[in-house]
Design a protein around this ligand. Structure first.
Ligand code: DC
Length: 227
């Protein structure tokens, strides 16, 4: 079973993706983490992010892996654990820039498909183009969204809990900037797949969203069992 979860940043994709993966015993793939690692590979190679050729070369030379259980997923770049390094605001912005480059996307998509097909039971993948590009035949597609203010509030509180310094205003501005880049890029912009189940999480708590997603997955499983 392939479960695709797309949507803008801060809509709850990671938390809910991990919960679903655990519930159904599936692999979990955070594709945003891969773009973040690709961005870090470029920065470490000394490539200017607006130098497409240098970024593509750096990403081509890098070895990006994700290992471990959903709750303790480790991101390895050339064998080094970069799980924490890729969670900064700068890394998020850099990821959003390198993810506009088609060659970078095709390399990541190839990797995502091979990881997604690795386990017979299936995989939960979350990102921006999972249902539209990476796995257009996914068994179920979710599009999680929320008002920018709600997403910024959650992200800001998450950052604060983790001891990262920021302000609500800065977080909101950053979210708006990334949303704009994600929806307006030429290659695989953030779109709602035609057959996606759309859930606006602005006024829902985590349990409510999870229950809705569980119900949809179970519905789809029983439909598939009838065929
Ligand atoms: O989900 P995230 O915030 O960790 O993603 C970081 C950036 O990577 C995001 O701004 C857009 C990009 N991204 C993408 O283009 N396609 C994906 N499938 C996942 C992330």
């Amino acid at each position: 079973m392939i479960i695709a979860i797309d949507g803008p940043s801060g809509a709850g994709k990671s938390t809910l993706g991990k919960m679903l993966a655990k519930e159904f015993g599936l692999l979990y793939l955070d594709t945003g983490a891969m773009y973040r690692a690709a961005a870090l590979a470029s920065v470490r190679a000394g490539a200017a992010l607006d130098d497409e050729k240098a970024v593509i070369e750096a990403v081509d030379r890098s070895d990006i892996r994700l290992e471990g259980e959903p709750d303790s997923l480790k991101v390895l770049l050339d064998g080094q654990d970069v799980t924490t390094d890729i969670r900064t605001l700068d890394a998020a912005q850099a990821a959003s820039i390198v993810s506009t480059i088609s060659e970078v996307r095709s390399r990541m998509v190839e990797l995502q498909r091979s990881i997604g097909e690795q386990d017979k039971k299936g995989c939960v993948l979350e990102g921006r183009d999972i249902g539209s590009v990476v796995f257009p035949n996914a068994d179920i597609k979710f599009f999680l969204t929320a008002k920018p203010e709600a997403r910024a509030r959650r992200r800001f509180e998450e950052d604060r809990a983790k001891g990262r310094e920021s302000t609500y205003e800065k977080t909101l501005a950053e979210i708006n900037e990334r949303d704009e880049r994600d929806v307006s890029r030429d290659d695989s912009p953030l779109v709602i797949a035609e057959d996606a189940v759309v859930i606006d999480t602005s006024d829902l708590d985590l349990t409510e969203v999870f229950e809705q997603m569980l119900a949809k997955v179970r519905e789809r499983q029983s439909e598939a069992a009838k065929v």
